[in-house]
Every structure is written in structure tokens, then in C-alpha cells.
Design a protein around this ligand. Sequence first.
Ligand SMILES: *Cc1c(COP(=O)(O)O)cnc(C)c1O
Length: 347
Amino acid sequence: MPEIVADLLSDTLTRPTAAMREAMARAEVGDDVFGEDPTVRALEERVAGMLGHEAGLFTPTGSMANQLGLRLHVVPGREMLADQLAHVVRAELGAAAAFSGITSRTWPSEQGRLVASGPLSLVTTGVGPYQVETALVVVENTHNFGGGTVQPLGAIREVRAGTRALGVAMHLDGARLWNAHVATGVPLAEYGAEFDTVSVCLSKGLGAPVGSVLVGSAEAMAEARVWRKRYGGGMRQVGVLAAAGLHALDHHVERLADDHARARRFAQACADVAPAVVDPTAVETNIIVLDVAAAGVSARDFVAALLDRGVRAYAIGPGAVRLVWHLDVDDAGTDAAVTAATAVLSG
Ligand SMILES: *Cc1c(COP(=O)(O)O)cnc(C)c1O
């Protein structure tokens, strides 16, 4: 196998930087199950504050943060609504049903983009013992499988206005909310204000080795803390991990703009040789989905040809390939990806 010069498989691949490792080594720690890890508490308070919520809860994964959030709002036998490409319905292996007895319905979307009529046309309440009652709407921002799509604040607010009166809660899967914030300049707390709970990942483009945070009311987080322990997610001296998250918040948020610029440059270069595979003006953040089928190439062949040239990408469908920019892909790596992709597309 050739040496990998640009690994665009996922932004989960980032390795902790030397400075991050130093911050981890210096971290003060304690037993977090007893609430005695000062670094974990500092991270939870900081993220809650950034999102305008009362309290936070550190979790090992984004899936656990989402699943704790979902179960806070939905009792067994009720339903959550999400879009058809959402991580909570496609990539968490049925956890909402398996752990919490939650049924799901999905609305169709283009590139995962939220249109208020999607969830609002499905919301069902006050139907007695005849139909499933909707308890929760889940929004993903940015949208992963949609291609890094930023959700319009106006649409989010419209859904909030339409569901609040019905007593339907809202959860934000904000694994990449940092990217949406940097791309739009919308303050994190403005997004946070529209949701009852929000999950964010520290282990994607922010570059921490592990960790997510769920935020919400103090009461909700106290309940989530009990369920986290029940799920086997009560951790001990994990201030070393929280320190990586705090370091990422200090040093790796604003630089996400570099990832967005590199992704757009790559998309533009691909569009120059094969206009049908990607619309560079639609690239909003760090994720690109190429419609390689439009250039007469299968996703499998495209991924193999890139790999021969030292570039790793992910086939997300028979004719679609996802590429993700992050902390460990620089301008030289982007150049290598451009050279490889344009060679294959003009093949
Ligand atoms: C990565 C991701 C998560 C969490 O994934 P884990 O692998 O469990 O940390 C949740 N939502 C979205 C949209 C993601 O991309």
C-alpha cells in the first residue's frame, strides 16, 4: 500500500498534538464518578456556558451523549423525528430503540438541510390510544452524511416555534456545531437557545482523542448522569481526557476555517475538470460528498484510484464518495488530493 499523504476518511482520525499531550499530562484529576475531577468539571461548565445551558456532562462518545439526550425526552413507546440521513437513525446502530424503546420516523431531505415543514408535517400529538405520540425532534448541525451542511437558524426557529406549544422537545446533534459556528459566525449560544439538550464532539475536527459533552438543564444533566453510569459510562480520572478537550477549545476552534477553505479549494478543482460531480458553492464546511457516478466512475473505483495515489476517502454509496478535512491535513495534503482526484476525474 502506498504511503498515505492525505487521510480524508474522517475527521475522527486526528491525533493529539504535542501541545495537547502536554496539557493532558499536566491535568489535575480526581474520581469523576464522585464528581471530584476538577478538569472534567471545568470542561462541563465551560461547554454548558458556551451553549447557554445550565450544566454539562462529559461522555466517552458522541453516540452516548446523543442517546442520553434522547432518553431524557422520550418515554418508551413514543417517537422521535429525525431526517432520513441523520446520525441518530443511521449510525448509532438502533440504540434509541434498543436502549430506550423509542420509535422513529424520518423526514426526507436534500443534503440533510432542514426545512421546517419536514418535521412539522410529521409531528403527531393529542391522538390518544390511536397513534404514536411525538415527543422529540432531532436536528443535526452540521449534517454529516448530508455533506457538512449548515442548518439555517430560521428553519430551526420555525420548528421550535411549531413544537414548543405542543410540548415536543428538541435535541441538537451538534457533533460538528463548531464548524457551523465558524462557517456562519452565529454564536454557539444562539444555536443552543433553540434546544432542550445539545451534544457536541471534541474528537472530530477539534482534534481531541476522545470525548463529547451533553448540555441541558441542571435537572436533566443530573438524570443523564445516572443513566451514563447505568450505561457503563461512569469514568474515573478522566481529567486527562477533559484537558485535551479544553486545549482544543482554546486552540482548535477558529482554525476550522482553514479546513473549510481547503475543502472548498478541492471541490473547485474537481468541478473545474468534472462540473457534475460537485457544486463548489454548496461546500459550506469541512465535508464534501462527490457524485462520482456523474463522471462515470464507481465510488469503489474512485476510492481505490485515490488510495493508489496516497489519498484515503470513503465510499458512502455506490456512486458517492465522502472526503473530510481536519487538523492533520494541510495545504500540501490538499494539493496531493487535488492532483489525485483531478487525474481520476479527467481519466
Ligand atoms: C461522529 C458523530 C457522532 C458521534 O459519534 P461517536 O463515534 O459515537 O463519537 C454523532 N453525530 C454525528 C453527526 C457525528 O458525525
